[in-house]
Design a protein around this ligand. Structure first.
Ligand code: SF4
Length: 202
């Protein structure tokens, strides 16, 4: 009788791997499945989430100020308040390189067309923060020389109350804007989506 170990093509009986009973009955949760995927170095997301994440964490404000609120705005760029923690420290000198307009101070009627022109020169997508009582609603200057709210000439995304708001208030406004950007819809392609005609097939 030959020894079966001499045969190089022998097959051994397969034994089912022994697993703990708890592992067999416990359903795998969605979180565990996601963790398994992450451990393999794969992450699933959407283009919209990725683009919004990039936009929200790399806001470039336009560097200009109109009145006393601007001093508080300048403070956020310093080491004490350090707006770079939120990725918004790159104040730009040209509206063509900026995507956030912080209206810091009262807007005079004379300045209104200049402000609107700066806004028009900013590329899309762009956002506006009205900082302080004056830019939000005219503040204490209820007179013919001051615009009674900058939302009369540009669309405002976030209003920051106060006279003046503290730098922390403006930081909070920037964080609110980030939340808004993260949940916004993005336009894919250079043209806006066409509206469906009435009666068109779905
Ligand atoms: S809100 Fe107050 S601090 Fe700001 S520009 Fe107006 S007066 Fe000055």
């Amino acid at each position: 009788m030959t020894d079966p170990r001499d045969n190089p093509f022998r097959t051994l009986a397969q034994q089912a791997p022994s697993r703990p009973a708890a592992e067999l009955v416990m359903p795998v949760s969605e979180e565990d499945r996601l963790r398994d995927e992450l451990e393999r170095g794969i992450l699933f997301t959407t283009v919209e989430s990725l683009v919004n994440w990039a936009r929200a964490n790399a806001i470039w404000p336009l560097g200009f100020g109109l009145a006393c609120c601007a001093i508080e705005m300048m403070a956020i760029a310093g080491p004490r308040f350090d707006v770079s923690r939120f990725g918004a420290e790159v104040f730009r000198g040209s509206p063509r390189q900026a995507d956030l307009m912080i209206v810091a101070g009262r807007v005079s009627i004379k300045m209104a067309p200049v402000l609107r022109q700066l806004y028009d020169q900013m590329p899309d997508p762009k956002w506006v923060i009205a900082m302080g009582a004056c830019s939000s609603c005219g503040g204490m200057f209820n007179n013919y020389a001051i615009l009674q709210g900058v939302d009369k000439i540009v669309p405002v995304d976030v209003y920051v109350p106060g006279c003046p708001p503290r730098p922390e208030g403006l930081l909070h406004g920037i964080m609110k804007l980030q939340e808004k950007i993260l949940t916004s819809k993005i336009e894919l392609g250079p043209f806006p989506r066409k509206k469906k005609r009435k009666g068109a097939a779905a």
